[in-house]
Design a protein around this ligand. Structure first.
Ligand code: C2O
Length: 359
């Protein structure tokens, strides 16, 4: 079990050329000497309803903007600040944490390309959502979800586009995005750095096939969907390793590439682990990945089961919660969504629009 410790090292990094990176590579959290508490689910009745980003009500959109702005307004060194939250991704994904506590001095921890991918991001979003809610004092606050797997959601949601209706600066905007793609062209869920330029209808049909591929054809059992075993002493699995889970390797990565700015050396922000967290779209993208984990189980196909391996169940991560406490959370507590107090607002017409899209 990789013990993700609070020992962080800013000297390590997955990006070598400092001069050309547009975001800081110093990603270790401050105050890291703080005591880590065990996490307990808060007792509360309010359920947060995560809403589709392409059709939010003005109230939902307004709350979301206010919360993000409040996060941007915090002093940078605050654990809830926009930059601190962004750096969580960089720190866990670019080799800042080492497996020191368990005696593997030179091994980095990387939560991608393995079965840590889904639970890590579920916890990340859980705290991020609660922090945003706290910042605007709203216990019902819920994140939007970029439903790129359903035809109506297959463009970058309008709320992220530079201007808002009142022409006020848009707090959800990020300058490091692909300039053409954010003009609301239909996304390519199989994007690999080259625009296919095919008609929208055809792209949408292909996207549905890509979803079928990631959730059904290639995701037939636990390891194929979650990704392969990653346990104490293992070095981080290389990109494109066959043990990357089907959803992570497929549409998830395509969306990152598709949003990132291809004119920058590292495809910032979304196209690189170290910078992805600086784009508000990152979180909303991962809300959908989280939802697809749930839908994968809801399909009811035998084999669509969460891992039960002890090494998986006992892997843990450390996050700042909404009360600025450092808490340790485990994979084993990530599987029962009932405990998390959030739900997804679904399209009543068809929750699985790709179910019959066999490629
Ligand atoms: Cu931590 Cu979508 O990557």
């Amino acid at each position: 079990t990789p013990d993700i410790t609070s020992l962080c090292n800013d000297v390590n990094s997955g990006i070598n050329n400092i001069a050309e990176s547009v975001r800081t590579r110093k990603c270790c959290p401050l105050n890291i000497g703080k005591k880590i508490k065990p996490f307990v689910f808060p007792k509360e009745k309010t359920v947060r309803m995560r809403w589709p980003a392409h059709r939010g009500t003005s109230e939902q959109v307004d709350k979301y903007r206010r919360a993000i702005q409040a996060m941007r307004d915090l002093p940078e060194d605050h654990p809830h600040s926009f930059n601190s939250q962004s750096k969580v991704h960089c720190a866990y994904c670019n080799g800042y944490y080492t497996q020191v506590a368990i005696g593997f001095l030179d091994l980095d921890i990387h939560i991608h390309n393995s079965w840590l991918f889904l639970p890590f991001h579920r916890w990340y979003l859980y705290f991020y959502e609660r922090i945003l809610g706290k910042l605007i004092n709203d216990p019902t606050f819920a994140l939007p979800c970029w439903k790129w797997d359903e035809p109506a959601g297959m463009r970058i949601p309008e709320i992220f586009i530079p201007k808002d209706v009142n022409c006020k600066p848009n707090t959800l905007y990020d300058v490091y995005r692909d300039a053409w793609h954010i003009k609301q062209v239909v996304i390519d869920l199989d994007f690999d750095h080259i625009d296919k330029g095919i008609p929208d209808e055809m792209q949408i049909a292909r996207n549905l096939c890509t979803m079928y591929r990631d959730l059904i054809r290639n995701g037939g059992d636990t390891i194929r969907f979650f990704g392969g075993k990653y346990i104490a002493g293992d070095s981080p699995v290389a990109n494109n390793d066959p043990s990357v889970g089907s959803l992570e390797a497929g549409s998830h990565t395509a969306v990152h590439r598709w949003v990132g700015d291809p004119t920058l050396p590292y495809d910032e922000d979304m196209g690189n682990f170290y910078s992805a967290g600086y784009d508000t779209v990152f979180y909303i993208h991962h809300v959908n990945v989280d939802r697809l984990w749930k839908l994968w189980k809801d399909l009811g196909i035998p084999g669509h089961k969460d891992p039960t391996d002890r090494d998986w169940l006992n892997a843990s991560y450390v996050f700042y919660d909404e009360n600025e406490e450092l808490v340790r959370v485990y994979n084993k507590d990530s599987v029962d969504l009932g405990k998390f107090n959030y739900k997804y607002i679904e399209n009543s017409e068809d929750v699985f629009p790709w179910r019959e899209s066999r490629p």
